[in-house]
Write a protein that binds this ligand. Structure first.
Ligand code: SF4
Ligand code: SF4
Length: 278
């Protein structure tokens, strides 16, 4: 059977918040019988945008991703309150707006922080994937319709098709170590999870383009890049390690510079602003 999944590409998200606002608009003041109760005007965004900032100066990298209920197949919220939360056959998880009344304990059952407490209605609430619209034949939820970059969209696939698609296109889920089997998938999520090493290379006050930069640790390659016309390089998807890494600058096959670099405590980026090749 085909089920709903949400696909999100972090590199396409521009933090415009259209998805947040469109989703808020759908539920603000709307009691949708059998699906959801109205949400308050302030706070409790059923879809929210998280940001990650790494690097500094001209080499800063800021990324964004929408986060929401993951519609987990192995949902801790359902294990906590099976009487009040249901998983539909199409994969969508819904907190019943009547059965969950007064159940503030449900809020803490989600390890993703995707359940909000509606103080006015005394009700835990999450994004229901706009199930009421999909049941009427809509092809996409409101947030996906409102996204100008196609960073977020929903697909109906069998579980086998979805696993194959995720593997082929590089999608992953949040906190896979929890074993919750989310139905919301992220691509290019390394901007939030992996390390970033960047720098600028000069010689005699001139930017040096075309310099080959390699990064390794204990002889294992971690990444490489070529400096651009501004002498800048950016290496992504670097495993965050406490060990010292070696950064080497090469031109025409010759190593001109080799320096030790490392991530500071709690840091996920290293920026080397003035690497000088004489
Ligand atoms: S993300 Fe949280 S609220 Fe949504 S299904 Fe998973 S455990 Fe439940
Ligand atoms: S609408 Fe699209 S681009 Fe804008 S914040 Fe949402 S996911 Fe990102």
């Amino acid at each position: 059977m085909k089920k709903w999944n949400l696909l999100i590409d972090v590199e396409l998200c521009e933090n415009c918040n259209n998805c947040v606002l469109a989703t808020k608009d759908e539920y603000l003041g709307n009691d949708i019988s059998g699906y959801s109760a109205r949400v308050p005007g302030m706070g409790n965004n059923l879809i929210a945008i998280e940001s990650s900032e790494r690097g500094s100066g001209a080499l800063i990298e800021i990324s964004h991703r929408p986060v929401t209920c993951n519609h987990c197949d192995n949902a801790p919220c359902i294990q906590h309150a099976p009487d009040a939360i249901q998983k539909r056959a199409d994969g969508i998880v819904i907190i019943d707006p009547e059965k969950a009344h007064g159940r503030k304990d449900i809020v803490g059952s989600c390890p993703y922080g995707a359940i909000y407490w509606n103080e006015e209605l005394a009700l835990p609430q999450q994004w229901i994937f706009d199930a009421h619209l999909l049941d009427q034949g809509w092809k996409q939820p409101r947030g996906a319709q409102a996204c100008p970059t196609h960073a977020i969209y929903a697909v109906q696939k069998t579980d086998a098709e979805m696993q194959q698609h995720a593997s082929a296109k590089g999608y992953e889920v949040l906190k896979p170590e929890l074993g919750t089997s989310p139905r919301v998938y992220y691509r290019n999520n390394h901007h939030f999870t992996d390390g970033y090493v960047a720098g600028a290379v000069f010689a005699k006050n001139e930017c040096l383009a075309g310099v080959q930069v390699t990064l390794e640790c204990h002889g294992q390659p971690l990444g490489e890049a070529i400096t651009d016309e501004f002498g800048e390089f950016r290496i992504h998807k670097v495993p965050i390690t406490k060990d010292i890494m070696k950064l080497s600058l090469m031109s025409q096959g010759l190593v001109f510079e080799s320096i030790d670099v490392g991530f500071g405590d709690g840091e996920s980026s290293v920026v080397l602003n003035e690497l000088c090749m004489i």
